[in-house]
Ligand binder design. Structure first.
Ligand code: FAD
Length: 373
């Protein structure tokens, strides 16, 4: 690359947030370059569930962006040839206190498009949820699931071929003094820059990111159980992790009960998401370690707790484990997103609440609109 390279807007990072900003910018007619340290995206965006979640997202901060992003996901998936491998959400309440949370949720405006199934209705539609304690199931049609590890490269390819976005892989951006970007492969000029570094809090604008933390999640892929789930499944523990449920008054009693019955799971941020892939395999997780996110080791004890939760919800032994992996993302105690303007024409954009797959497209639109208008 030379000083002569000219773009209207440079995006740092080819995760879902960077690709979302690139899409929003090319849709506004800009010439866009994406600069990515890896030979391909390798961060949280390809390690997640690929679960685009609307129902249960925090009402004020996350839910509006999740609803808009879901619309964009449908457009992009169709255009970029990304298969939607599963649709819908099943929240399986195993305790009366969890069922009370779901009933309260149903009385809010966030429940538009959702319904509550009784135990017998749920079992007739999905006999696999044979947990003895099943009380009720919240059914939402809003969610969709993609296989992130193939979806991200497909979206990048589509942005390059259909929209003319330039990708510079294996290129680290060391410093930004817009319109000049210093990279590991020379300098590049773009008057507008959007930095989407994921959980790299130390390379660019570290002083702006000093208050953030990171968290590490453990994930599993299980072989096909031999049946098809009707949607992605969550359990009682999940009701304490998603703000749309957790902030309801009824969640207090659930929390009290889970603190007695599942204190270890709560301490390690364990809850259950079971998502199914096109080949029938199940992506199962997860745990949250905020203390030592850089530790290179994954705990077998935490995997065992996740598999116990799988057993409790399905009433079946889990299929053999095919893969184990970890992922990390940036976290803030006081906000779901960080958008800052470290200098004119430059925006620093992070999802600080682990919901980037569900909200990235709307976030990208908001950032580009604010930069241009
Ligand atoms: C295990 C796991 C499960 C998850 N499940 C879900 C889920 O079900 N639903 C959901 O909505 N969200 C989920 N998330 C959260 C979601 O994946 C993240 O919020 C999202 O991927 C963040 O995207 P990003 O583009 O900001 O970061 P990343 O995907 O981490 O991408 C950042 C990129 O920037 C590059 N980069 C950084 N600095 C530089 C630099 N200086 N120069 C060049 N390149 C640079 C990195 O190499 C990286 O590729 C999950 C996360 C994890 C880890």
């Amino acid at each position: 690359m030379t000083e002569a390279a000219e773009f209207d807007l440079a995006v740092v990072g080819a995760g879902i947030v960077g690709l979302s900003c690139a899409l929003a910018a090319v849709r506004r007619g800009l010439r866009v370059v994406v600069l990515e340290r890896g030979a391909r995206a390798q961060g949280a965006s390809v390690r997640n569930f690929g679960f685009i979640t609307v129902t249960g997202q925090d009402r004020d901060t996350v839910w509006p962006r999740a609803r808009r992003s879901r619309e964009v996901w449908h457009e992009v998936a169709a255009a970029a040839g990304v298969p939607v491998v599963q649709e819908g959400l099943w929240v399986a309440a195993q305790r009366p206190e969890a069922a009370a949370v779901l009933e309260a949720f149903l009385r809010t405006e966030m429940a538009e498009g959702c319904r509550l199934l009784t135990r017998s209705e749920a079992l007739s539609r999905c006999p696999q949820l044979q947990t003895r304690g099943l009380e009720a199931v919240l059914l939402s049609a809003h969610e969709l699931r993609v296989e992130s590890r193939t979806a991200l490269p497909a979206i990048a390819g589509w942005l390059a071929e259909t929209w003319g976005v330039t990708f510079r892989w294996e290129t680290v951006v060391h410093a930004i003094d817009a319109p000049r970007l210093a990279t590991s492969r020379g300098t590049l000029r773009a008057p507008l820059v959007v930095v989407c570094p994921g959980d790299d809090l130390s390379t660019l604008f570290p002083e702006r990111l000093a208050s953030l933390g990171r968290c590490k999640l453990q994930m599993l892929r299980l072989e096909s159980p031999g049946f098809t789930l009707p949607g992605t499944v969550l359990s009682d523990l999940s009701l304490l992790r998603y703000g749309g449920f957790a902030k309801l008054q009824e969640a207090v009693a659930l929390k009290r009960r889970l603190e007695t019955e599942q204190a270890t799971q709560l301490r390690h941020g364990i809850h259950l998401i079971v998502a199914q892939a096109a080949d029938g395999s199940l992506v199962v997780g997860d745990s949250h370690d905020y203390e030592a996110p850089d530790a290179p080791f994954a705990s077998e004890a935490l995997y065992a707790l996740m598999l116990d939760e799988y057993r409790a919800v399905t009433g079946r032994a889990p299929p053999p484990v095919r893969e184990r992996w970890t992922g990390t993302y940036a976290v803030a105690s006081d906000r779901a997103f960080l958008v800052e303007a470290p200098s004119p024409g430059v925006r620093l954009v992070l999802v600080t609440s682990g919901v980037g797959a569900s909200t990235g497209f709307a976030l990208g639109e908001d950032v580009v609109r604010e930069l241009l208008d």
